[in-house]
Structure formats: structure tokens, C-alpha cells
Write a protein that binds this ligand. Structure first.
Ligand SMILES: [Fe+2]
Length: 290
């Protein structure tokens, strides 16, 4: 039995994303979960600043990265998964459901044949029940569709990297209105997570603190079951779906949805360059003229 993992968490205030570094104390090896880049949508410039800072922190901690794990194709920030993979030479893994996400957005964005939508941009496509070894840590893959069809949680000892399923108890659960999302499916995914022990440390993918408040990186499963504002242990599916869908109807499209998805479904890379070396991202446009 290996010792519990040590989890180092870094918050990206612009997107409210938590990047977690899950370290195996026995071997000094670690997994990076959901690394982030900065993106200025007005200029189109991508800045690896947050990923550079993460690498510096990993160096200070004396950790050796074994794998980069994505919990899903994010719609609110650009992933540093591809950037880190190129620098560290370690595999980049995501849920096998990425193929469905790629196909959906290939259709919505009319992407060309240069994008086969077969998951080839990633080194490992993970399925429910699979194991990823990080030193002596066995990280278990738990499929958690609902927010997106490729969503995963990762269980390492008593640490659950929960992705976009539930947030801190006071913040509820993830939205389910993106293409391929489903509130009923997310309900069932979270019910599965609620079977884990109360003392499970739940490491969050996001927290959006109010001005002056500190972002929350981790909750306990007990508190999620007892007091998650959208889905407690005694919430039934119909009630949850009604609350979730009502709330989703009020939410704006994330500012970076289209650029983030195009970049992230390509494994954290821009589309291929044209003959002059220029790269472009697409934006579907709708003219509500009438
Ligand atoms: Fe997300």
C-alpha cells in the first residue's frame, strides 16, 4: 500500500481553474492535471506564462513528471498539455470520449480533413476503470460524463481529482449545456462519485472566489454529499435535472469557448499553418437581424 499522494494546487485567477500536481511521496514522480496557458482573445496571443511558472514550482519541489492528465476538453481556457508534453517528453492523456467531442466540434466548426477526429493528438485515451501508474501510485480512471462526454475524474489513494463535475459545496455542480452535455448523465456520474468514502479529498477543477475571498482547492466528499447546493446525497434525479437546466438557461457562453475548444481538442495546439505560416481559429457567427 503506497502512502497518500501529496497534491500541490495552483490557481489560475483569469479562468478560475485549478491545476493540480499529484505527487507520489515514495518515488518523487507526479502527474500534472489540467495545466493552463494564458490567451488574449483580442490579439490572438497565447502566453505560456502559467505553464512556465508551474514548471518552476515542480522543479523547486524536486518532482519528476510522469504524465499529463486532462479531465476533459475545457471550454474556458487553453490547455498547456501540449506545451508541457513537448518540453517534458511525457504522455498526454484524456478520456476516450474526446473522439465524440472532436466529432461534434468538427461538425459545428466545419473543420477540414486535416483534423480526422480520431483522438490521435493524445498519447493515451483513457476509459472507465483503467489505471495510470505514477511511480508507486495507481491512479484509477472514473468516467464522469455529463458536463462533457469525455469527462473523467482521477482517483489516487484518497485524493479525487474531480474535474468539472461538482465544485465546492457552496458552488454546486458543472453546467451541462455544452454540445454533448446532459444533466441526467452528470447526475448519475456524481452519484457514482458519492459512493466513495466520506473522507475522500475532492480536488476541484474550478473555483471562482468573490473579490477578496480565497479560492478553494479542495473539499471533502462528506461535505459534498451533505451540503452541495445542487446535488446532495438525498437529491433525486428529476429535481437535480430541473435545477441544473434552469440554471444553465441563464448562463452566458464562456468568452473563450470557441478558441479554447479548437485548441484543446487538438491536444493543446493551434490548427496547422497556411502556406504563409499563419494560423487561424474559427468563430461561428449568427446574425439575429429579424
Ligand atoms: Fe469544463
Amino acid at each position: 500500500m503506497s502512502s497518500p499522494p501529496v497534491v500541490h494546487s495552483v490557481h489560475h485567477p483569469t479562468s478560475g481553474t485549478w491545476t493540480h500536481v499529484v505527487a507520489d511521496p515514495a518515488s518523487g514522480r507526479a502527474a500534472v492535471v489540467d495545466p493552463v496557458l494564458d490567451f488574449d482573445v483580442a490579439s490572438g496571443r497565447i502566453d505560456p506564462g502559467p505553464a512556465r511558472a508551474l514548471l518552476a514550482r515542480i522543479g523547486q519541489l524536486g518532482l519528476e513528471i510522469a504524465v499529463i492528465l486532462e479531465t476533459h476538453a475545457h471550454a474556458d481556457h487553453l490547455s498547456a498539455g501540449g506545451w508541457l508534453r513537448d518540453r517534458l517528453g511525457v504522455p498526454l492523456a484524456i478520456g476516450a470520449g474526446i473522439i465524440e467531442v472532436q466529432r461534434t466540434f468538427k461538425r459545428l466548426l466545419a473543420l477540414g480533413d486535416d483534423f480526422p477526429a480520431e483522438g490521435r493528438e493524445f498519447d493515451r485515451l483513457l476509459r472507465d476503470g483503467e489505471r495510470v501508474d505514477v511511480g508507486t501510485l495507481a491512479v484509477r480512471v472514473i468516467a464522469t460524463p455529463g458536463h462533457t462526454s469525455d469527462s473523467l475524474a482521477y482517483l489516487a489513494g484518497d485524493a479525487l481529482l474531480v474535474g468539472d463535475t461538482m465544485f465546492a459545496p457552496a458552488a454546486g455542480t458543472a453546467r451541462c449545456d455544452f454540445p454533448g452535455g446532459s444533466a441526467a448523465t452528470l447526475y448519475r456520474s456524481i452519484r457514482r462519485l458519492y459512493e466513495l468514502p466520506d473522507a475522500t479529498r475532492v480536488f476541484l477543477c474550478h473555483d471562482y472566489p468573490a473579490a477578496g475571498a480565497v479560492a478553494i482547492a479542495q473539499a471533502f466528499m462528506r461535505d459534498e454529499k451533505d451540503s452541495n447546493v445542487h446535488l446532495r446525497h438525498d437529491t433525486n434525479e428529476d429535481d437535480y435535472v430541473a435545477v441544473r437546466e434552469q440554471r444553465d438557461a441563464t448562463l452566458a457562453v464562456p468568452t473563450l469557448l470557441w478558441p479554447a475548444i479548437q485548441f484543446n481538442i487538438r491536444g493543446g495546439r493551434l490548427p496547422p499553418a497556411d502556406a504563409l505560416g499563419r494560423r487561424y481559429l474559427k468563430l461561428p457567427a449568427y446574425f439575429d437581424a429579424d
